[in-house]
Design a protein around this ligand. Structure first.
Ligand code: SF4
Length: 356
């Protein structure tokens, strides 16, 4: 699945590109807002994803973290083209997925999949676990024939730590953790390369969360998977991720190695999020200074001008209302979008000020 665009550039640029499985550039997902009544007209847009640049490297786990409603799940959906982008580009293995035909999109659905948050809601209560796991095999015409398909279902159930004999049982007979294992088995049926785990442990008990995280890590090593791990839980994200991307109001505001972002967060929003994560050492926990942000997250229909975080930022200063900061390198392989690291960004055009 390569394109002419995927072959362009110098050998060094091609090498760096080959290391990247999923790439987003200028990605936007805006949902129209209309007036009520008979003569509905468009009055604005929810800017759920609003200009995201992001690379996800082969074999890594990229943690995507931010408060509820910041656009994380919409971004995960847009990368898989489960929602249509309003603008921008997503490349999967060098191919522009925003321009795929229906047939090519079916092939993408096999290679790039989603594990959902709620394992009960995502499983059909009237369908046995075996039928659920076999569904992608039918859709993609894999392991044809009753015996071959049953053997593959048994293999997948074993892969996620379930006894193959459970194939004839129904979702209500399973615990939350077991149901999530079924969801993972179904996601892996088509032998994907890329898995978006969208709040995949959020609805599980804490003790079960650790088991599912360990399973995901084990599967990644065995199958060479690439993960986007979407979560509001920064402690879990730190635990599983190679790199972390922090998202605020539709935009990625910081990206770097998990250890670097955890030890030296550069964006004031990332600093506030990290200051709220409990520390395992009781003495360090007592010394920890928590940064409490004022106000609520602004509406995604009225994104503030300049830096979108400025209405809550404890360190906002003169350029922040006027210049939209671009992601820039603040240390090797660590980028942040904040004027505290030098005023580089996009000036706001006259009349473009919105919000506070
Ligand atoms: Fe705060 Fe300004 Fe940095 Fe935005 S650009 S995070 S408002 S200091």
């Amino acid at each position: 699945m390569s394109t002419a665009a995927g072959q362009a550039g110098t050998p060094a640029e091609r090498g760096a590109r080959d290391d990247v499985l999923v790439r987003a550039r200028g990605l936007q997902v805006h949902f129209p807002v209309s007036s009520k009544g008979l003569r509905r007209r468009r009055t604005g847009a929810v800017r759920a994803v609003d200009g995201v640049d992001l690379d996800i490297r082969r074999g890594e786990t990229l943690g995507l973290v931010g408060e509820s409603g910041c656009g994380k799940s919409t971004l995960g959906n847009a990368l898989l083209r489960l929602v249509e982008p309003t603008a921008g580009r997503v490349e999967f293995d060098g191919t522009d997925v925003t321009a795929l035909s229906a047939k090519a999109l079916r092939a993408l659905r096999r290679r790039a999949v989603m594990v959902f948050q709620d394992p009960y809601a995502s499983l059909d209560p009237r369908t046995t676990v075996g039928q659920t796991v076999a569904e992608p095999l039918q859709v993609h015409s894999l392991h044809r024939g009753t015996e071959a398909r049953a053997a593959r279902v048994a293999e997948l159930l074993e892969l996620v730590g379930l006894d193959p004999s459970v194939a004839s049982r129904y979702p209500h007979e399973f615990s939350g953790g077991q149901r999530q294992r079924v969801g993972i088995a179904r996601a892996l049926a088509g032998e994907p390369d890329f898995v978006v785990c969208d709040e995949a442990i959020a609805s599980l008990d804490v003790s079960v969360q650790a088991q599912v995280l360990n399973l995901l890590r084990d599967l990644q090593q065995r199958l060479g998977l690439t993960y986007l791990f979407v979560s509001h839980d920064l402690a879990a994200v730190r635990h599983v991720s190679d790199r972390i991307a922090v998202m605020y109001l539709g935009r990625v505001v910081e990206v770097g190695d998990a250890a670097d972002v955890s030890a030296r967060p550069q964006h004031p929003y990332a600093q506030a999020l990290l200051s709220a994560v409990p520390l395992p050492d009781p003495a360090a926990e007592r010394r920890r200074e928590r940064i409490v942000l004022s106000g609520d997250v602004p509406s995604a229909t009225r994104v503030p001008s300049g830096c979108r975080f400025r209405t809550r930022c404890p360190r906002a200063f003169s350029p922040c209302p006027d210049v939209d900061p671009a992601l820039q390198e603040v240390e090797p392989a660590h980028t942040a979008a904040c004027h505290l690291h030098g005023v580089v960004g996009v000036p706001v055009a006259a009349g473009e000020h919105t919000g506070a």
